[in-house]
Design a protein around this ligand. Sequence first.
Ligand code: NAD
Length: 303
Amino acid sequence: MKAKIIDGRVVASKIISAAKDKISRMASAPVLASVVVGENTSVTSYVKNQKNVCVAAGIEHETISFEPTVTKRELLEEIARLNAEYKITGIMVNLPLPERIPAYEIQAAIAREKDAEGLHPANLGNILYSGAVRSVYPCAAAAVVECVKSAGVILKGKEVVIIGHGDVVGKPLSAMLLSSRLGAATVTVCHIATRNLAAHTRRADVLVSAAGRPGLVTKDMVKEGAVVIDVGINSVELLDDRGQKIIDPKIGSTAVRIVGDVAFDEVADIASAITPVPGGVGPVTSAMLVRNVVSLAAARKLK
Ligand code: NAD
């Protein structure tokens, strides 16, 4: 393997300890309210992880759980209550929500100054203004920027190709990397309708995949020496030598493992630096949530 591994846990621990230091100088601990609807293995594991990083940084984490039958109105009422409760510093709503509840409406109802994930439409929109005063960025997009910086890459003028134009990662990331403050890179955004994906990705000095498609990025799509950031989180079923599903006796169903979008082993032979999955962008995303909550707490004090 040629590539340097970008260890997200190391990047995250530096961010969390800087946050802890700031929090230790605050009069009271910030509080993050995390809203969960229904039960979903990946959300349960993300919330557990949020709690751990919050506790490590000195943030109080409150999980507010709803049955999957909750109505949009009940959720909006809870958001209004959390907006009004002074002790709550930040609010986040774990996705996915049931299909009948539009995530946009719920994110938009969170008070802008309590928007822990940086996904309020006004906070997202401010990314487009170079002069905007802002305190939060979408966590996964900000995590990509941190991973790239940790690899020592100067983004100015570099060719960055992003696969994925989702609202939470690809789109905000493209605007962030265009901004003079965070990157001033030359940004190409590819998506499901892009013709000849490889023709774009092969030009990338920095290639970011946020598509949610295991094995999408193969060696032939990557330029020698590129930095490859894998945002994808995909659960794939484990098969035995005969192609049969392996049953995990502990859970009584098919064993799965988490992989990214990038065919890691082959791409690591050609890239100069690469993030693994798990252990790459994921832990840094949680650290960015902590950083956002600290920024919200600090911005509140200035008022
Ligand atoms: P999304 O569904 O909103 O967007 C997916 C994007 O990928 C779309 O633009 C789609 O057009 C594109 N795409 C899908 N298949 C493609 C293909 N074959 N070729 C080219 N483009 C293709 O998803 P999202 O919310 O942006 O999340 C993307 C991935 O990132 C998911 O795996 C998600 O789990 C992961 N994610 C990871 C973190 C983290 O902390 N690591 C955080 C958020 C999301």
